[in-house]
Write a protein that binds this ligand. Sequence first.
Ligand code: NAP
Length: 255
Amino acid sequence: MLTSLKGKSVVVTGASKGIGKGIARVFARSGANVMVVARNARQARVAAKELGQSASAFGADVTKLEDMEKMAKAAARKNGGIDVLCANAGIFPQAKIEDMSPEQWDEVLATNLKGTFLAVKACLPYLKKSDAGRIVITSSITGPITGFPGWTHYGASKSGQLGFIRTASIELAKYGITVNAVMPGNIVTEGLEGLGADYLKTMAASIPLKRLGSVEDIGYAALFLASKEAGYITGQTIVVDGGQILPESLEALNA
Ligand code: NAP
């Protein structure tokens, strides 16, 4: 059994819905004091309320250093420091190269990649003071391992996060802070559910475990990486995808 995270201070960016909310829920259930962060402060408050009294909310944009610094300060003040940062906020608008504007490219990189850096930078002074600082980044299989038309910018941002963790883990090792990433496959979120049951069934058919992932599947991987027991793991990744990336062909999938 993993040592309880009871009383630990956890910041989750992009936690008003989707995977971030699932991560926040898993940490809150394990007794941590979670700060739910999203640009829409009202939605963040609604999500935090669902998680219970130990959760709080903060409205902030990961693309702005000033917002991230205010967020970190608020979390430290409310929960007595910061032990865990889950840098999860991300966007995934689709546009093929021929149609994509430089501004669309910049927006995705600014949120997914620069946003990761800014959240880490702002939380760092507090993570350094923790006796077991942990950074868990939500990357993706899309980019580092797989591709999907319309997601060159997204794939580049998600691969970039993995480049980031490899050097960040070395830089921050002297503070006892670990830096790791979770790489989700297809996860059922509010947005995906809107695509309808038939679409979800087709997607599930391409996955060896024959189901899409749940937001909690990602939450448990993040919880493990944040645990005391994962203290010797840094600069690493965990793919959580039901085996989606494994089959070499349709024959391999259906054999
Ligand atoms: P989602 O349901 O759309 O939720 C995104 C969350 O991020 C929301 O809370 C949103 O709230 C917040 N957010 C977006 N831009 C932000 C910004 N600039 N500053 C602060 N918060 C921001 O997305 P999701 O599917 O859960 O994805 C979450 C993460 O998982 C992303 O990094 C994504 O790349 C990764 N991922 C998802 C899947 C999947 O299948 N869903 C698969 C692989 C990886 P506001 O809009 O109010 O800011």
